[in-house]
Design a binder for this molecule. Structure first.
Ligand code: PGA
Length: 250
């Protein structure tokens, strides 16, 4: 077994109003207060961040945002800078989620700029990569991941302030999880690839799996050697299901 500390993160996507955020956190915080041997992270929508920061202060749960812009300030209507996120108490930011790449035309270059400014502001990065069904079926999975890693992390980014989330796009929100075997195979490949870039440090890096993670499949995913945590969408929206994912057993 690895020495890497498990890392379980909720990605709420475009869900939950302020009152729903309040209700969730009031129940969830006491529910997981004894889980000290794992990192627990929640990424609510931007509008809920200040409230969530308040509710999570002095708890064992860290706050993340779901995206960030790559400039510190200026005339960028509608955008949010890493400085603003750090200022309200965000510890992490999700960058390069496949929905951002798919629906908002984020390229590897944009993702790379975001990673760099987020790091400069002291935010931990949850860096997402993953292949589409078509790419998997045509045997391009590893090539796609290699490109996303090389371009997205270009510029000597210290891996110690980052976690990687492998999310096969065909498994996101579809109920089709990669089997633990399929996920493990890719995770091991990603770690090898990171060794080329970072040497021994790659061994300490957390690699999360994402895509239809549920209370039912978390234990078998976490039993795999190179799976160090999960990025959870749908199943993170209910207190019971996210709490039981957080409380997985190996
Ligand atoms: P899902 O989403 O758990 O709903 O499949 C995961 C993600 O997109 O981060």
């Amino acid at each position: 077994m690895t020495m890497r500390k498990p890392f379980i993160a909720a990605n709420w996507k475009m869900n939950k109003t302020l009152s729903e955020t309040e209700e969730f956190l009031s129940q969830f915080v006491p529910e997981v207060k004894n889980e000290h041997d794992r990192d627990i992270v929640i990424a609510p929508p931007f509008t809920s961040l200040p409230l969530a920061a308040e509710k999570l202060r002095n708890t064992n749960i860290a706050l993340a945002s779901q995206d960030v812009f790559y400039e510190e300030k200026g005339a960028y209507t509608g955008e949010i800078s890493p400085l603003m996120l750090a200022d309200i108490g965000c510890k992490y930011v999700i960058i390069g989620h496949s929905e951002r790449r798919q629906f908002f035309s984020e390229t590897d270059e944009i993702v790379n700029k975001k990673v760099k400014t987020a790091k400069k502001a002291g935010l931990g990065v949850i860096f997402c990569i993953g292949e589409t069904l078509d790419e998997r079926e045509t045997g391009k999975t590893l090539e796609i991941l290699e490109r996303e890693i090389e371009k997205g992390l270009d510029g000597h980014i210290d891996p110690m302030e980052m976690v990687i989330a492998y999310e096969p796009i065909w498994a996101i929100g579809t109920g089709k999880t990669a089997t633990p075997g399929q996920a493990q195979e890719v995770h091991a490949y990603i770690r090898k690839k990171l060794e080329v870039l970072y040497g021994n440090k790659a061994d300490e890096l957390c690699i999360l799996y994402g895509g239809s993670v549920t209370p039912d499949n978390i234990d078998s995913l976490m039993a795999c050697n190179d799976i160090d945590g999960a990025l959870v969408g749908g199943a993170s929206l209910k207190v019971d299901s996210f709490a039981s994912i957080v409380k997985f057993r190996r």
